[in-house]
Design a protein around this ligand. Structure first.
Ligand code: DAH
Length: 383
């Protein structure tokens, strides 16, 4: 009797016959006289080859499935013994090969040996895997936990928060407006003439909207349009700041970006004057940069203020030190009040605009505005 048969119970005679019918070569063989002379021998012989093949497949499936779940060294060892040990399931099949005729021995042998190599590789792989987890993959609850890296605010967000806090402490409200603006709010209502170069398509991101659009739209070039939007719907007195993102069509360099952040300020009442502006703006910069900075107010021009000023600051240094231009401002132009349906004879006030990126660059000593938008963690993680 063949060993394969001892180890792996044969299917019923009926099943075996069906198997035989599947193979034309076997059918041909059965029809010879050998079958007549020694029917039992022939049938058993073929059953064994078929069964060995079937068993190999089943064994492979079973072993692979078991291997998946091995997590401990002892399990791996019993796995190895079960399949590859001296009396292991695969070893037994390999041993039984010698009882087969040469041709069949070859075909079954190739598959059996392939499986042997596969199982040996699995054992080696699992050994490594378990080794790398430590002797045993037991959870050591006394081990210190892994530190989770927390994110943090972007330097622009950080300084914006600081600015908001300073102004809310001065009783200003924080207001926001749309980044996508109409030509009217961005330019006309602010007394910016149709011939102004900022309206040029080379300076501004205009939307392509075809001929049907009622009004041309653009990505706002400054936060000033929110002055109009707010004044149209609120009665003075009020004092607001408007932080927000603005857009300019320009070549980038260390101090220019196609988008950046601005802070607009607006304070309106019956008798708000440049003296009030001076106090507010000096208080703001001293709180942001430190008490000892110096100020310089220079006359300037903006279409939406009259008179207009620019503010420079200087840090206390041993040498002469440089004046830094930080802010544009002025008394709100009467035409701007009119755009917002307010009577310039009843009220007056000041407005200002300042670049948040520039303030952050000064405060944190950042040499290039593009760093804010680079997404470079080596930069961001310093804050
Ligand atoms: N909107 C100006 C700009 O983008 C900045 C500015 C200047 C705003 C003077 C003001 C102001 O409110 O009064 O360059």
């Amino acid at each position: 009797m063949l060993r394969g048969r001892e180890l792996h119970p044969l299917p019923s005679a009926y099943e075996a016959d069906e198997q035989l019918l599947l193979f034309p070569a076997i059918q041909a063989f059965i029809s010879t006289r050998i079958l007549v002379v020694q029917p039992i021998f022939v049938k058993e012989y073929f059953n064994s080859v078929l069964l060995l093949n079937m068993n190999l497949k089943e064994l492979q499936r079973k072993a692979f499935e078991e291997a998946e779940n091995i997590e401990k060294k002892e399990h791996l060892e019993s796995f190895r013994i079960k399949y590859l040990g001296r009396k292991g399931e695969l070893t037994n099949i390999l041993r039984s090969l010698k009882d087969l005729p040469v041709d069949e021995r070859k075909s079954v042998g190739v598959d059996a040996n392939k499986l042997k190599i596969e199982l040996e590789q699995i054992v080696a792989f699992k050994e490594k895997e378990i080794g790398s987890l430590g002797e045993e993959s037991v959870i050591d609850i006394t081990r210190p936990g892994k530190k989770v890296n927390l994110g943090h605010l972007h330097p622009l967000t950080k300084i914006e928060e600081e600015i908001r806090n300073i102004f809310t402490s001065l009783n200003f409200s924080v207001v926001e407006g749309p980044e996508l603006e109409t030509e009217y709010f961005n330019f006309d209502a602010l007394n910016i003439p149709a011939s102004h170069p900022a309206r040029d398509m080379w300076d501004t991101f205009w939307l392509k909207e075809g001929g049907k659009a009622k009004e041309r739209r653009l990505m706002r070039t400054h936060t000033s349009p929110v002055q109009i939007r707010f004044m149209e719907t609120h009665k003075p007195p009020f004092q607001i700041i408007v932080p927000g993102r603005v857009f300019r069509y320009e070549a980038t360099d260390a101090s220019h970006e196609i988008n950046f952040y601005q802070l607009e300020g607006l304070m309106v009442g019956q008798n708000i004057s440049l003296a009030n502006f001076k106090f507010i703006v000096e208080t703001f910069f001293k709180k942001l940069f430190g008490k000892n900075i110096e100020f310089r107010f220079r006359p300037s021009y903006f279409p939406f203020t009259e008179p207009s000023v620019e503010v420079d600051i200087k840090f206390p240094t041993k040498g002469r030190g440089d004046w830094l231009e930080v802010l544009g401002a002025g008394m709100v132009h009467p035409r701007v009040f009119e755009s917002a349906h307010l009577n310039p004879r009843d009220i007056q006030g000041f407005a200002f605009g300042v670049g948040i990126d520039r303030l952050a660059m000064i405060k944190y000593k950042i040499p290039d505005i593009r760093l804010f938008y680079s997404g470079d963690l080596r930069f961001i993680n310093q804050f």
